[in-house]
Design a protein around this ligand. Structure first.
Ligand code: HEM
Ligand SMILES: *[C@@H]1O[C@H](CO)[C@@H](O)[C@H](O)[C@H]1NC(C)=O
Ligand SMILES: *[C@@H]1O[C@H](CO)[C@@H](O)[C@H](O)[C@H]1NC(C)=O
Length: 592
């Protein structure tokens, strides 16, 4: 716009003052039109994509204001997937690095598909690369004081410290595991009812997993029960039977009851994060929606009240009632308890209800919910489809938990938490790899930086894909001298999968023999970055792993996940906040 106003103003002044004759008037009009046309042209030119020298791109796209957007839209329309659009660009140009123009008037996105360089950027090149706005934009309007969108500075460090104890072994194994276990048994109980009613027919479980995972993370965060799954289970248990088709392959639609208000409010606020994902003006659009859409306004109120009440009663518990560390039941308890202790030491008033604490707690809930439930739904699909894996896993678990197997009961939470089961770890890691809940990790260049010999200007976002070449297909060859110095030095990252089976679900790829000849789980066996990496890698990784361990064990222990009809077994994905499956049907046969 600046071109326009500076050139336009002097002419306006001239016209108001001295111009009289019609010939000079038409001259002025002509000049004015020319200026406007020139201005428009300059604006047009300034909005056209500006490719970074040397990095391949689509030439058609570079000549359009909308860049690659139309083609991406077409791809999303056909597939519901966005990330695979980026992967197809890597494949089209057959180079490990390409650029696409997805933000009209904005900088190109650089797409990188190479494990070694990505690992190097995430782990070692942290001075040149930091958390990108693409990721931060999703959360900043709901959680202004949460670590997720901050640059890696002292404020971020303080937030990590504030939350650190929630990932301590003591909290995870004693407090979180109990809460997860209880919620998991509710899901199992509800599915028993569903299996009874469906009578051998498949049914959709996507929402069950979604709700169940919220029960889980809710219990860990607040120490209370939101009770969504319990309510459903109770309702279903009272049904004598439902009408089902004679076709045993026809999916059964099971009735459901209304979810609790608190549950709906959390879901509504969480869903609002898809607004910035899809909008060209992410922050503004999201902030306005939260402020003015009645459903978001009322959801926010419910959630705020929840946090206020929760923090207040934890404070009462740890001050007036003199509860101690042993009575910590949740992340919220933990934070208040620590604050009470620290304030006492420093002889100040405890600040237990601060914006920082509120936004970190709510972030805990959001970050831990959709990611984990999406990963679980992929897991259920793979375990269903790969019957050999399922049978082997069940056999391994029955051998590990012999007491429970003989007694025909569930293994206890203590038994599960202390068990070391390499094959289970391998199955879960393979679920992460093949499901691809987070199909890319994004960083922004905080200064001009060189990647594979190309100068990436400061402020450019780099999307590091983990769903294509180098991860799930043959890596694209890269001249060693083009790699960064630190990448060349770290030959330990020089790992790759056999291109003949890189795209297969094969847990064994994660198992290697140790000195004694025992197969152990080797997390560095090959390329995978489900939780990102480096200082800004996933904060909740340990909790997520504990949750997946407990849930996968209890599901496989309790049910035979029988084959589902092909029409209900697609592995097509949907890219919203995460990369989730379009279909998640199970045909369950209870085992206990
Ligand atoms: C299977 C489950 C999960 C997956 C796949 C996952 C994945 C990720 C990924 C890919 C990132 C970005 C990493 C990067 O940029 O390098 C991330 C960040 C984060 N995750 Fe997770 N996550 C999961 C579960 C959780 C849980 C349970 C919590 C918390 C309770 C959590 C909290 C966070 C937080 C706070 C961040 C931001 C960290 C920062 O900016 O410093 N996540 N996660
Ligand atoms: C850290 O970065 C965030 C923005 O990402 C900013 O709001 C905050 O003030 C910064 N803190 C410090 C200590 O620089
Ligand atoms: C990386 O691994 C491949 C395959 O094992 C090998 O051919 C190559 O020489 C290795 N490169 C470096 C720099 O170690």
């Amino acid at each position: 716009m600046s071109h326009f106003t500076t050139e336009f103003l002097p002419i306006m002044n001239g016209y108001n003052g001295k111009m009289e004759s019609s010939s000079s008037l038409s001259w002025i009009v002509g000049f004015l039109l020319l200026t406007v046309a020139l201005g428009c042209f300059l604006i047009y030119r300034s909005l056209l994509p500006k490719p970074i020298a040397g990095i391949p791109y689509n030439h058609d796209a570079a000549n359009r204001l909308l860049g690659d957007v139309p083609e991406a839209m077409q791809h999303i329309k056909e597939t519901e997937e966005m990330m695979t659009f980026l992967t197809t660009q890597i494949e089209r140009h057959n180079t490990p690095i390409v650029q696409v123009f997805m933000r009209p008037g904005g900088k190109p996105w650089v797409i990188l598909s190479d494990f070694r360089e990505s690992q190097d950027i995430l782990v070692r090149r942290t001075r040149e690369f930091d958390r990108s706005d693409f990721f931060g934009d999703l959360f900043i309007s709901v959680l202004p004081a949460n670590q997720v969108h901050m640059r890696t500075n002292d404020t971020w460090r303080a937030h990590r410290r504030l939350m650190a104890d929630t990932m301590s072994t003591a909290f995870l194994n004693k407090v979180a595991a109990q809460q997860i276990y209880g919620s998991a048994l509710e899901i199992v109980g509800m599915w028993r009812e569903k299996a009874r009613l469906a009578d051998g027919r498949p049914f959709q479980v996507y929402k069950d997993v979604f709700r169940g995972a919220l029960d889980v993370i809710w219990a860990v965060t607040f120490g209370s029960e939101v009770g969504t799954t319990r309510n459903q289970r109770k309702y279903l248990s009272e049904l004598k039977g439902i009408e089902v088709s004679t076709d045993v392959d026809a999916p059964v639609d099971l009735p459901m009851i209304q979810n609790p208000e608190a549950f709906e409010a959390i879901m509504t606020l969480g869903e609002s994060c898809e607004i910035p994902m899809k909008s060209p003006f992410p922050r503004l659009h999201h902030a306005m929606a939260l402020r003015f859409y009645p459903r978001y306004v009322s959801a926010r109120k419910v959630v705020d009240r929840l946090l206020t009440d929760g923090l207040r009663s934890a404070w009462v518990k740890f001050t007036q009632q003199g509860a101690s560390e042993g009575e910590v039941r949740s992340a919220l308890d933990l934070m208040v308890e620590r604050e009470v202790v620290m304030a006492k030491k420093a002889e100040r008033k405890p600040a237990y209800d601060t914006q920082d604490i509120r936004d970190e707690l709510l972030g805990f809930l959001f970050a831990g919910h959709e990611t984990t439930s999406t990963t679980l739904t992929w897991g259920l699909k793979f375990i269903t489809t790969k019957r050999d894996v399922q049978q082997k896993l069940r056999g391994v678990l029955q051998a590990e938990f012999q007491r429970a197997h003989v007694a025909r009961v569930n293994p206890t939470v203590e038994e599960i938490v202390t068990a070391d089961i390499p094959y289970l770890d391998a199955v879960i890691e393979e679920i992460h790899r093949c499901g691809g809940t987070a199909s890319s990790n994004v960083r922004v260049a905080t200064e001009d930086a060189v990647v594979l010999g190309h100068l990436i200007p400061k402020g450019t976002s780099v999307f590091m894909l983990c769903n294509g070449p180098g991860y799930k297909s043959r890596p694209i060859a890269i001249d060693e001298s083009k790699r960064s110095k630190t990448s060349q030095e770290n030959v330990r990252d020089n790992v790759s999968w056999d291109p003949n089976n890189a795209n297969d679900f094969l847990p064994e790829r994660w198992l290697v023999a140790n000195e004694k000849g025992h197969l152990v789980f080797e997390p560095r066996a090959g390329p995978n970055q489900p939780f990102g990496a480096g200082p800004r890698g996933c904060f909740g990784r340990k909790l997520a792993s504990l949750e997946l361990k407990l849930l996968v064990i209890l599901f496989v222990w309790s049910f035979d996940l029988q084959p589902t009809p092909p029409a209900l077994s697609s592995f097509a994905g949907h890219d919203g906040m995460t990369h989730s499956p379009q279909q998640c049907f199970l045909r369950l046969k209870p085992l206990l």
